[in-house]
Design a protein around this ligand. Structure first.
Ligand code: EPU
Length: 428
């Protein structure tokens, strides 16, 4: 086991290069199953969630060749099984994308219900509604989700909630179905557009991705292609907030500034200066953040995956801020950790009222989930003293080379092995 040890109080300065988007990669890699040829996927982030997806592909029988640190060549033609290994599926939410991809390829899929970060209930009813609309029969059998159809047939699907996962899964299942599928009230996140672009480059016929109506006309074949994944909006946003929180001056490179607009606008409201370039943004932090209110919304609103980082910044703002979480039921579990550092935050259901304090002081912390873990790093960078963060496997799920990237910006952050106290006693 490992932990991060951070000595706070250093201003971040310099440049950071953003990796490929986690939430695009974990959709595009399973989508390769639908191809009749070899796909070369570039700009894949080196994170543990991607490693799990690649492992699943490998165990299903795909031939996976490592070309370099961020490029894989995947040949899915020998995959014969439609059953996804349960132990791996349970490790992450995005493993559910194998359901849509398997249905799209074999007209059947058998998979354990997906795991992932704990934000309260995480249903998949909208995914199932979509599969059923395409003619699949979906049953739960022996703790596994079983979906099958003679042949999937395109149909309209109206999503009751705007769901990223359901939108992606229905696209995957529909891309080779017979006829036209129309997803209404679809999610519009950048990774949905990226998946549609990838499928279209293979020969799919998808229109409207990035709007709330996506039209998918089924095709018979999808061919192998070379495709480069978009930069990670949330990794970029995390470094932007970290720069603002330390009063720093950071150039965040390899980004699509359009994807960052809601984060940029909020940081400017909080007193930071943000300059946009073609593929980079520069953030100059304020001496103390201004208070402001934040409400998370599906894209193009402020992303829920940036909520803990932004709330951490606002914990030292010059007044009271209200943060409303409108996507997940329970995404404030990290607040207790900030309170240990001297933050004044009251949570009532989906609303946190933050009374800004002058500064935070170091405390022993743990990462309650991926983005909360990133927020704890930001808190450690801001705080006076030495902060230790445990349970960092959550952070490794979504941030590539996190210590190297922060260290290059001048942060004092180290990854340290945790010595089991029983072993230490035995050694003495
Ligand atoms: N929902 C339903 N029924 C469903 C699906 C979703 O009621 O069948 C509800 C959820 O309970 C939630 C809301 O709809 O309240 C939105 O959930 P969504 O399906 O959009 O989330 P997801 O696909 O499970 C993805 C990201 C999350 C991100 C959310 C929202 C991936 C792999 N995960 O999750 O990212 O928070 O969209 O933007 O793309 C992260 O990267 O840290 C992360 C958690």
């Amino acid at each position: 086991m490992e932990k991060f040890v951070i000595t706070g109080g250093r201003r971040l300065e310099g440049e950071v290069i953003i990796s490929g988007a986690k939430n695009a990669a974990v959709a595009i890699l399973p989508a390769v199953i639908l191809s009749d040829g070899v796909c070369r996927i570039e700009n894949i982030p080196g994170i543990s969630d991607v490693a799990v997806i690649v492992r699943i592909l490998y165990e299903l029988g795909a031939n996976v060749k490592v070309i370099n640190k961020s490029t894989l060549e995947i040949d899915p033609r020998h995959i014969a099984s439609h059953v996804v290994p349960a132990d791996l599926t349970k490790r992450m939410r995005a493993s559910s994308y194998f359901m849509g991809a398997m249905l799209g390829r074999f007209n059947k899929a058998r998979i354990a219900p997906p795991g992932g970060c704990d934000f309260g209930v995480r249903p998949i009813d909208q995914h199932i509604k979509g599969f059923e609309a395409l003619g699949a029969r979906v049953v739960i059998d022996g703790g596994m989700v079983d979906a099958s159809a003679e042949r999937l047939v395109g149909n309209p699907v109206y999503l009751d909630v705007v769901s990223v996962g359901a939108t992606i899964n229905i696209m995957l299942a529909a891309v080779k179905a017979r006829g036209l599928t129309v997803i209404e009230n679809a999610a519009k996140e950048p990774h949905i557009v990226d998946l549609a672009n990838f499928l279209n480059s293979m020969g799919a016929d998808i229109m409207g991705a990035g709007t709330d109506v996506i039209k998918i006309r089924g095709v018979e074949h999808l061919s192998g292609v070379t495709y480069s994944i978009i930069p990670d909006q949330i990794e970029a946003g995390t470094y932007m907030v970290a720069a603002a929180a330390t009063g720093g001056d950071v150039l965040v490179k390899n980004v699509i500034p359009k994807h960052l607009e809601s984060i940029t606008a909020k940081l400017e409201e909080a007193g930071a200066t943000v300059e946009e370039f073609d593929e980079a943004v520069r953030i100059i932090g304020p001496s103390r953040p201004r208070h402001c209110n934040v409400k998370t919304m599906p894209h193009p609103g402020f992303p829920t995956d940036m909520q803990p980082q932004m709330a951490t910044l606002l914990s030292v703002a010059d007044g009271a801020s209200i943060v409303t979480e409108s996507v997940w039921d329970n995404r404030f579990r990290y607040v207790d950790q900030l309170t240990l550092m001297g933050a004044k935050i009251q949570v009532d259901g989906k609303v946190a009222v933050i009374q800004g304090v002058e500064g935070l002081t170091a405390a022993p912390l743990h990462a309650t989930d991926l983005r909360a873990g990133a927020a704890m790093i930001i808190a450690g960078l801001m705080a006076r003293g030495v902060t230790e963060i445990e349970d960092i496997t959550h952070i490794d799920r979504g941030y590539e080379d996190v210590t190297a990237k922060f260290s290059a910006l001048g942060a004092d952050i180290r990854r340290v092995k945790i010595i089991n106290p029983n072993l230490r006693k035995a050694a003495l």
